[in-house]
Design a protein around this ligand. Structure first.
Ligand code: NAD
Length: 322
């Protein structure tokens, strides 16, 4: 009997890349829009594999699907899946950590540049009968400035590579990367306080964990230059938004470019939306037509590999193999 791979939920226009991948092992793709535990249990009863976007894959869900062998998560984060339960139940969880490094690094750079050149206020002005470059004053020359990366994983390494072309000095804070490894890429690894104190632009790329929540708060923001630009393309809760609002409003830092916010979509009455020195995009950093196809293909490929008895390229709960 052919394996069945159910899609628990999705907001994509097509599932053709997934269909193609699972067909290679003779499996069938069954799309559903099951957004709750009960809906998944009801609609995906005989699933051998799941592909999952936002729906909660809890212990109860996994215990209720007797054939389930693998859960594939569309994306890097696997916070929708109870990993401990999956491991206890012998279910492999696979993700896609590398589908959008080019896109996210470009979005971070776009936000840095837009903040640096004050693009939002200039664009707003020209759309409302204005033509006065002086409203953007002062802007300092970018080359020779210092960029501080918080986290030095895949995405910020790409940011560093690209930003060198603009003549920036690059620092990074990452407790798991040695100064020698940083030096190989022309980046100086320093403690958080030094990076924040020395940088003209700070770009946040650390993963969200209990340790990193509110990494930028009243105290750490106060270490930054009053002209500093903060960019966040990682996860909203890494920055205490109330503290960020105060810092931006009181001139303790200069500008912020955010692709992610604590609540998504952002609340209509979020005070950050009242400030001119903030640019916000709706969690789009990961997206291009190519990265979306990559994501869907790789997620399905991981699920198909497990069902076919092969080693998945990106297994999250490695303990499950013990
Ligand atoms: P990665 O897994 O390659 O690297 C993470 C890095 O963070 C590692 O070098 C690790 O040592 C470091 N780190 C871990 N804990 C830390 C801490 N407490 N302090 C400082 N550094 C710490 O991650 P990546 O591919 O570079 O992605 C970075 C983040 O980007 C992801 O966690 C994800 O949240 C986010 N992301 C956002 C989008 C988007 O659309 N906005 C898309 C993809 C990824």
């Amino acid at each position: 009997m052919a394996f069945k791979v159910y899609v628990t939920d999705y907001d994509y226009g097509t599932l053709d890349p997934e269909k193609k991948e699972v067909a290679k092992i003779g499996a069938v793709l069954v799309p559903t829009q099951s957004k709750t535990e009960d809906a998944i249990i009801e609609n995906c009863k005989d699933a051998d594999g799941l592909l999952n976007q936002y729906a909660p894959i809890t212990r109860k869900v996994m215990e209720s699907l007797p054939n389930l062998k693998v859960v594939g998560r569309y994306g890097v984060g696997v916070n929708t899946v109870d990993l401990k339960a999956a491991t206890d139940l012998g279910i492999q969880v696979v993700n896609v950590p590398d589908f959008c490094m080019d896109e996210v690094s470009n979005q971070a750079i776009t936000l840095m540049m837009a903040c640096h050149r004050k693009l939002n206020i200039l664009n707003h002005q020209t759309h409302h009968d204005g033509w006065d470059y002086q409203i953007a004053k002062p802007i300092r020359r970018l080359s020779g400035q210092t960029l501080g990366l918080l986290g030095f994983g895949r995405i910020p390494r790409m940011v560093a590579q690209k930003m060198k072309a603009f003549g920036l000095k690059i620092l990074a804070y990452d407790p798991y990367v040695s100064p020698e490894a940083g030096a190989k890429e022309g980046v100086e690894i320093l403690p958080l306080k030094d990076v924040l104190m020395q940088s003209d632009i700070v770009s946040v790329h650390v993963p969200l964990t209990k340790d990193t929540e509110n990494l930028l708060n009243d105290e750490t923001l106060s270490w930054m230059k009053p002209t500093a630009i903060v960019v966040n393309t990682s996860r909203g809760p890494l920055i205490d938004e109330a503290a960020l609002y105060r810092a931006l409003k009181d001139g303790k830092i200069g500008y912020a470019g955010l692709d992610v916010t604590v609540h998504e979509p952002i609340e209509k009455d979020n005070p950050l939306l009242t400030l001119d020195n903030v640019i916000i995009t709706p969690h789009i950093a990961w997206y291009s037509e190519e990265s979306e196809i990559d994501l869907k293909t790789k997620a399905a490929r991981g699920v198909a590999a497990v069902l076919n008895g092969e080693k998945a390229q990106y297994l999250v709960n490695k303990d499950v193999l013990k």
